[in-house]
Each structure stands twice: as structure tokens, then as C-alpha cells.
Write a protein that binds this ligand. Structure first.
Ligand code: PRX
Length: 645
């Protein structure tokens, strides 16, 4: 397979960028010619950001799995599609070749059909990082069912909310998952999520930990039994193949729930054609993938990074993708480096949080590890501080591997702003230049384009994008108006990212962080309102306010100010109770790092909480708190300052 759209030089980047902006239809139409379509599209692009309506390759018929699997056969039948590294390094590594992947995905597709799943149905997937998770995702895509993967760290309540919102009828899960020293009882969480649920018809359970689980007659079935039965059926036809269902380029491929500044998480919807093109194009260009390279994205498939750069991007390019079940620090902090050495990884792609956490162990865990196969290092998910950038560059890349800092979001499908390894220049802690087709613009609060530069030639503003790229979200599931108000209404005519950014005189972008009420904890998005709602569910809590504060490892930590009026016992016990409540409502990832009990919150006379003040205090900034005279009770600020943790 060749990638004629792979950019090989800085000059070519500039030329391609220009062409992509001047004539997007010609540019992306050309790229799309390199994929397998059953029928060619009627029109490359039709859009407006008012409704919004965004259609790429409408009328084009395809199935993404034919592009991710079938077209690589037979040339790559024996090439690994996935190399699975188990949590416990003593356990056997599993190598899934493209031929094996084809067989397993066909079996799983048959299994889904046998269990009543049809095109357009929503299938919730709540599994650990096992190859079967990738089979499940691709099997849904093969039959045109819409997958909605939920990260294993979300609680039963979060799952129940997502199942309801998506009106899902099917679940694929595991008995349990291994994560470092812990066993996570996934099926048991699903059982809790299903108490009172009447819409779920089938739960398919894959055995990973052999934890005892309840199996409800008529609803719960074992993956292994169903897969075997499906194989028997397929074998009767001679060749093991489940013909892929034909999809329109604009049919939904998946839903992925993500947090915003208000309300419950929303289901971001990606479409078959545009998403395929975008993950493939960015995978091949950002990481400068070359045939034979081994790509190791350390994310979990429960997040967009795993969807795009473990599953769809690499397989659409016929690459070999390492899938890792464990965590970077277990059984020791050399785990990533052992994996790189064992599988001769060429590209490692991880989060700044993981880098900072590994940094805290020093360089001993790297000693004696052969990292000479590495050619490219990548980061994603949050701003990377210069110290972590240099540590990664010097100790992992030995100064010879380009570091790509990739900025993007669940909503963008894949990278929007990033350097391309070795092709466009890197700048520590800057995401640098936009991908072809991506037109960023910085605006002020009123939506006016920023033109002013500081003495270093740098502009600062809210980051928006002017026109659609193929991988942009199409809607939020079941509520298109929410999509419009969230992303397209703040600044009419623009997609608003929710991020603030700087732009230097060379056109490089640096993402400074969220400008809305969304926190980024270890690269995971959580809304402050969501955490507050969960804290307020605790019976003793009267009111709460949540803000982010700088955290050495996680990037941001969660600081909660809580007015408590319940049972008065030990303060620490109260904190644990509140944390557990949050864990039950959202999941352990949303537990506050600090809980300060207060008697009041700084509010304006109209009752609005002045978060600016709370944020400053949480950051340790006690002096310049700004104007506090408009507060209902200015005295409360002194009390809060006094009690800061
Ligand atoms: O604030 C930005 C930050 O992560 C947010 C998107 O989160 P999510 O949808 O969970 O997707 C994460 C994986 C793509 C963004 O709004 N972010 C992501 N990448 C970077 C980043 N901030 C700075 N630099 C990055 N490279």
C-alpha cells in the first residue's frame, strides 16, 4: 500500500495546505480516491455552520472495515494488525495478524447479527483493553451498528445515563479487567447499571479475569460460546467471511460521550467516510508512518485517542498497532520501555501526564532498555510543559526522534494542529501548524478576529476553526440543537473549540488550556458542573463549587469547596464519603483531589458564584483577587483564603 498523500517536506506541506484551503473539494476528493468505495460520492463537501450541516462524500458507499481489513489481504495476511501486550508481563503476548483480524471480526459480526443487532442499532461496549475490544468495535462497524465505547473507569450511573441517551439495546462487556495491581469487576458494574433497565436485550460477556459474575437467563450470554457458534455458521459457507454492510459516507459510525461545560456528557457522533479519511490522513502524516513500522499508542480505546490511533487510523493504513492492557507504572516504571524494546516500537504516542509521572521516577527505569527502534515520539491530551517535553526528547528519544505535540479533541476525530515528524519543525510545548484543511482563527470575547500582537509577535485568543475538515463531528446524538449551541453558536460561523491559544509570528499555535468550565485531569475531560452535581448528591452537602488547580503530575487537579450540613464527624471521613459519592455517580476519575469545607461561597448579589476568585485561591493566589465589592458577603472570601488546603 502506498500513501501518495503523505507529505514529505516543509515545502510540500505549505503547498498542500494552500491547495486544501483554496479548493477543499479537489484536495480531499483526491485523497479519498485512495480508499475502497463501493460507489463514488455525489459531492465531496456540502456545509454550513449555522444549522450546522456538514456532509463529506455524501452518496459515497463504503464500509470502513473493508478499508481497515479486507483491502490489506492477501498482501498483509501475515502482518500483525494488533500486538497485544497483557497487563501482566509474564502472560503471553498475542499477535493478531490481518488474516486473523478478518476472521475474528467476521465471526463477531455474525455473532452480533445472531443476537439481533441490526444496522443503525446502538451497541455499548464496556471492556478492558483486550483484542476482543477491537474485534467488537470493528464488528459493529462491519454490520453498520453504531458503537459507543465507555471507558472502564466510569460508574454504573454514568453507564446507565449513556445507555438511556443512546437508547442502546446491546452491551458487550468483560467479566473483569486487569489494570496494574487491580481487578475491575466490569460485569458487576454493568449489572448495577441495568437495575430497572428495560431496553437492553442482550449482554455479551467476554471472559478475561474469570471473576464470578451473575448471568441472567435470556439476557446475558458468553462471548466464547457465541463466537464459536458464529464460526460454525460461517464455516458452513466454505470461506469464513461476513460480507460488510454497505454504508453511506455520512451514516454514523460511532458515538463517544464527552463532557462539556454544562449538563450531562453529550454523545459526539462521527460518520463513516470523513472520519476514516481524517484518521488515516493524520496517522500517515503526523507520525510519518512507513510500511512495516510498529505504532504504540498508549491510550485506552475508551477515549477518542484509542479509537483513532489504536484502531481506525493504524488499521486503515495497514499498520501494526500495539495495544496495551496495563498502566505505565506497573509492575514498575519501566513498563513502556520494556514494550518498546520487546516489540521494536518505532513510534510511541502518550499523554503528558504519563510522561510527568514517569519523570518522577528518574531515569533509572530507562537504564539498560534498548530504545534504538524509536523514530517518533508523540504527545496528546493536554498542554505539555517544556520540562516534560525535554525529558521525553532527551531520555526517551535520545535527541534523535522528532516529538509531535498533537492538539485535537473528541469532536475533531483526529489531529488538527500538530507538527509532522521530521517534516515540519517542532517547538517545545507548541502544537505548531494546522493540518491541511484546518483553518484556525483566534478571536476575542466578542468573536472579533485578533490582530494585535505582543512585543514578541504573539497573539492570544479563543481558538476557533473557520471551515469543516472531514473528521469534524456531525451532531450530538439525539439532540442536534445541543451540538449547535455548544460548538457553533458562541461565535456564529465558527466552530468553537473551548480552548485558548497563542499564535506566534511564524504561524505556530500553542494551546494554553480550556477557557470554559471544563477540566482536563490527566488528559481526561470532566465538566466542573458534572462534578458539582455529583458532590451535591451526598446527603450532607448543601452546595459546592468546583475549580481546577495546577497539579504536578495530572496537569490539573480537582479542588472542591463544599458547604456541609450533615452528620458532623471526622472531617477526613466526610471527605472520603464525598469522594465515594462522586465515584459512584461519575466514576473514580472524577474524585476531587482536595475538598475544603466552607460556610459560604463567594456570590454576586444575583446569586452567581464568582469562580474566578475560587480558582485564584485554589491556585494559591491570595492577593490580586480582583474586585470583591460586588459580593453579597465579602467576608466569606477571607474565611476561604484562611482555610485553603
Ligand atoms: O484542551 C484541549 C486538550 O484536550 C481537550 C480535548 O479533550 P478530549 O476530547 O478528551 O480529547 C483528548 C484527546 C485528543 C482539548 O480541548 N488537548 C488535547 N490535546 C492537546 C490539548 N491541549 C494542549 N495540547 C495538546 N496537544
Amino acid at each position: 500500500m502506498s500513501y501518495p498523500y503523505q507529505i514529505k517536506s516543509l515545502e510540500q506541506y505549505h503547498a498542500d495546505y494552500k491547495r486544501s484551503v483554496e479548493d477543499p473539494e479537489a484536495f480531499w476528493g483526491n485523497v479519498a480516491e485512495n480508499f475502497t468505495w463501493r460507489r463514488k460520492w455525489d459531492k465531496v463537501l456540502d456545509w454550513n455552520f449555522t444549522e450546522p450541516k456538514i456532509e463529506w462524500f455524501k452518496g459515497g458507499k463504503l464500509n470502513i472495515t473493508e478499508n481497515c481489513i479486507d483491502r490489506h489481504l492477501p498482501e498483509k495476511a501475515n502482518t500483525p494488525a494488533f500486538i497485544w501486550e497483557p497487563n501482566n508481563p509474564e502472560e503471553r503476548v498475542r499477535v493478531v495478524t490481518y488474516a486473523r483480524l478478518h476472521k475474528r471480526v467476521c465471526q463477531a459480526a455474525q455473532m452480533l447479527v445472531n443476537n439481533g443487532v441490526k444496522k443503525g442499532d446502538r451497541v455499548c461496549i464496556y471492556m478492558g483493553m483486550v483484542p476482543e475490544l477491537a474485534y467488537a468495535v470493528l464488528a459493529c462497524a462491519r454490520i453498520g451498528a453504531i458503537h459507543s465505547v465507555i471507558f472502564g473507569g466510569f460508574s454504573a450511573q454514568s453507564i446507565a445515563d449513556r445507555l438511556y441517551d443512546a437508547q442502546a439495546e446491546f452491551i458487550i462487556t468483560c467479566d473483569g479487567a486487569y489494570r496494574g495491581g487491580k481487578d475491575i469487576p466490569l460485569k458487576s458494574v454493568i449489572d448495577d447499571a441495568l437495575v430497572g433497565n428495560r431496553t437492553i436485550k442482550r449482554v455479551i460477556v467476554y471472559t478475561r479475569t474469570r471473576t464470578p459474575v451473575s448471568m441472567i437467563k435470556g439476557r446475558d450470554v458468553w462471548w466464547e460460546d457465541e463466537m464459536e457458534f458464529a464460526l460454525d455458521q460461517l464455516e458452513k459457507n466454505g470461506e469464513v467471511n461476513f460480507p460488510a454492510v454497505e454504508m453511506d459516507a455520512e451514516d454514523p459510525l460511532f458515538i463517544l460521550y464527552t463532557s462539556g461545560s454544562t449538563g450531562k456528557p453529550k454523545g459526539v457522533v462521527h460518520s463513516c467516510g470523513g472520519y476514516m479519511l481524517w484518521t488515516n490522513y493524520t496517522f500517515v502524516n503526523v507520525f510519518q508512518y512507513k510500511p512495516g513500522n510498529i505504532h504504540f499508542c498508549t491510550a485506552d480505546i475508551g477515549w477518542i485517542t484509542g479509537h483513532s490511533y489504536i484502531v481506525y487510523g493504524p488499521t486503515s493504513a495497514g499498520a501494526s498497532s500495539v495495544m496495551f492492557e496495563g498502566i505505565p507504572t506497573w509492575p514498575d516504571a519501566g513498563r513502556f520501555w520494556d514494550i518498546v524494546e520487546r516489540h521494536k516500537v518505532n513510534c510511541i504516542y502518550t499523554a503528558p501526564t504519563a510522561i510527568r509521572s514517569l519523570m518522577s521516577y528518574g531515569t533509572d527505569p530507562l537504564k539498560g532498555k534498548d530504545l534504538s527502534s524509536l523514530q517518533v515520539l508523540g504527545t496528546v491530551g493536554e498542554p505539555i510543559n517544556e520540562e516534560a517535553w525535554h525529558w521525553y526528547d532527551e531520555n526517551v528519544g535520545k535527541g534523535k526522534c522528532p516529538v509531535v505535540d498533537t492538539w485535537w479533541q473528541t469532536e475533531t476525530g483526529a489531529c488538527l494542529i500538530s507538527n509532522m515528524a521530521g517534516v515540519t519543525p517542532a517547538k517545545p510545548s507548541w502544537a505548531t501548524l494546522p493540518m491541511p484543511g484546518v483553518q484556525p482563527v483566534l478571536v476575542d470575547e466578542r468573536g472579533e478576529e485578533i490582530t494585535e500582537r505582543d512585543e514578541h509577535g504573539v497573539m492570544k485568543g479563543n481558538l476557533c476553526i473557520k471551515a469543516p475538515w472531514p473528521g469534524i463531528l456531525r451532531t450530538t446524538w439525539g439532540d442536534h440543537e445541543r451540538c449547535r449551541t455548544n460548538y457553533f453558536a458562541t461565535y456564529p460561523g465558527l466552530y468553537f473549540t473551548g480552548d485558548g491559544a497563542l499564535k506566534d509570528a511564524d504561524g505556530n499555535y500553542r494551546i494554553t488550556g480550556r477557557v470554559d468550565d471544563v477540566l482536563n485531569i490527566s488528559g481526561h475531560r470532566i465538566g466542573t458542573a458534572e462534578v458539582e452535581n455529583a458532590i451535591n448528591m451526598h446527603s450532607g452537602v448543601v452546595e459546592s463549587a468546583v475549580v481546577g488547580y495546577p497539579h504536578d503530575i495530572k496537569g490539573q487537579g480537582i479542588y472542591a469547596y463544599v458547604i456541609y450540613n450533615g452528620h458532623h464527624g471526622d472531617e477526613n471521613l466526610r471527605r472520603l464519603d464525598i469522594s465515594l459519592t462522586v465515584s459512584k455517580i461519575i466514576g473514580p476519575i472524577a474524585k476531587p483531589d482536595k475538598i475544603q469545607f466552607v460556610s459560604g461561597l463567594p456570590k454576586t448579589r444575583s446569586g452567581k458564584i464568582m469562580r474566578r476568585i475560587l480558582r485564584k485561591i485554589a491556585e494559591g493566589e491570595m492577593e490580586n483577587l480582583g474586585d470583591t465589592t460586588t459580593l453579597l458577603d465579602p467576608e466569606v472570601v477571607n474565611e476561604i483564603k484562611h482555610g485553603k488546603l
